[in-house]
Design a protein around this ligand. Sequence first.
Ligand code: SF4
Length: 283
Amino acid sequence: MCSTFIKSGIKKLRVTGGEPLVRRDIMKFFKGISRHLETGLLKELTLTTNGSQLRRFASELSNIGIRRINVSLDTLSEDKFSEVTRWGRLSQVLDGIAAAQEAGLRVKINTVALKNFNEDELFSITDWCSSNNLDLTFIEVMPMGEFDQEDRKSQYWSLKDLRKRLEDKFTLCDLHETTGGPARYVRVKETQQKIGFITPLTHNFCESCNRIRVTCTGDLFMCLGQEDNANLRDIIRKYPAQPEMLKEAICSAIIKKPKGHDFEYSRMNIKGQMSRHMSHTGG
Ligand code: SF4
């Protein structure tokens, strides 16, 4: 399926989860896809991980041509970490990040900004990334999955406010570069650190969106914020020897790509809530 997407023009492939590195034989998949890096058809192969398995896989990932990875990390507090991850040992993730850097991978930390959770760590996370040569992106929490509206509203921390807090301590200069993704970047004058902001709520980026997602069951979601999808697995199984059928299914789905999400946090309620969790389709 990925090869058909790549032959149809996809230049960047990000592997996400849940946690992609706990999938059995995942390196077989990465090695297989990396042949498209060698041909130049695929410009970038990357992944978003929770970092727990990086000590095990970092050098293999680097050897097959992965250059940058994203690690999802919302706290540097051991207690909070084990509380929110239910499995977690923060030290295992920090060691994984070190292994990735040792293997020459560029690491970006993705931190979801959560009121009443990591608000008090804004500067410790920022400084830790700066002193460890890690890129950093803050993300606004999106109304994905089943949740209590009051809880989610109490968690929502607009990046407009977060940026103001950062400007209490730092001078932020807007950068005009993008990675083709939704993040907008600033440079911290005092430390030369680059910080990204992904703002689906305060300033959505749907008009320039170039992203589609496929789940582990072959459902192609043309927009993270809408339910529209097309099942590709059945096509693959029904026409194993006719890749053109899959290509047709992909093209007819992408033509229906929605213009954007309907997420909205207002004092009263949250609009555009999606039933599926973020981990269902990945970030
Ligand atoms: S909400 Fe949909 S259209 Fe907007 S950026 Fe995300 S995937 Fe793209």
